[in-house]
Ligand binder design. Structure first.
Ligand code: PGA
Length: 251
């Protein structure tokens, strides 16, 4: 059985004191059988890492530069994230793609770096409303996977997760239905393990993101194809994030 993965993406929210407070509540909840990860803003990573260091809670960076060091004012390298305790990184979140021009080629460079450094790459993919309406969803997903994962062989992959996040569902309150999510998760699974021939032993998890709430998480997470959730808004509050974490453990 796959251990569910539930990630809280805090985006550009919470000051360090608030981030530490929430991290402490999550450490105190002591839930087994699910990998819970938080992705605070850069400014809180170190402080949060000190709070979670003897716990099962994981730490993720929300982004990093694809170069390893140098004159890139305002940027953060993957080694810096690893240094403050990140075992996971989000790559290619739709907000990075849409607002900051991140391309599939950038995603690919970052995935290689992360896997090379033994950090779990959480690669985010998903279609816009227009692409869904014009029947392009599967081809968009395939292109993002193909270009984002180019050059990876089954052996080079240690840890990988794919987050299917339809752009129209992010922060809108409009989640994908379980049927819509399952269709895409199956497609992704087939791409990884059949078309690309990645070994199932790598334990790549395929998680869903986009307006996941305590109300809709049960029907989504009960689907066998959905290995967990990438949660934005509902991860900023302990009660709602905890409810989602608990749901990931229900049969
Ligand atoms: P949301 O964000 O849960 O607020 O829709 C999800 C995400 O952007 O990862």
């Amino acid at each position: 059985m796959t251990t569910p993965l539930v990630i809280g993406n805090w985006k550009m929210n919470m000051l360090a004191s608030e981030a530490c407070h929430l991290a402490q509540s999550l450490v105190d909840m002591s839930v087994d059988g699910v990998d819970v990860v938080v992705a605070p803003p850069f400014t809180s990573l170190y402080a949060v890492s000190q709070i979670i260091k003897n716990s099962r809670l994981g730490l993720a960076g929300q982004n990093f530069h694809s170069e390893t060091k140098g004159a890139y004012t305002g940027e953060v390298s993957l080694e810096m994230l690893k240094d403050v305790g990140c075992g996971y990184v989000l790559i290619g979140h739709s907000e990075r793609r849409q607002l900051f021009g991140e391309s599939d080629a950038d995603v690919n460079k970052k995935v290689h770096l992360a896997l090379h450094m033994g950090i779990t790459a959480v690669v985010c993919i998903g279609e816009t409303q227009e692409q869904r309406a014009s029947g392009e969803t599967l081809s968009v997903i395939e292109t993002q996977l193909q270009q984002g994962l180019v050059g990876l062989s089954g052996e080079s992959i240690t840890h990988l997760a794919i987050a299917y996040e339809p752009v129209w569902a992010i922060g809108t309150g409009l989640n994908a239905t379980p049927e819509q999510a399952v269709e895409i998760h199956k497609y992704i699974r087939n791409f990884l393990f059949e078309s690309q021939g990645f070994s199932k032993k790598i334990g790549a998890r395929i998680i869903y993101g986009g307006s996941v709430t305590p109300e809709n998480c049960k029907e989504l997470l009960r689907e066998e194809e959905i290995d967990g959730a990438l949660v934005g808004g509902a991860s900023l509050n302990f009660e709602s994030f905890y409810a989602i974490i608990k749901s990931s453990l229900e049969p």
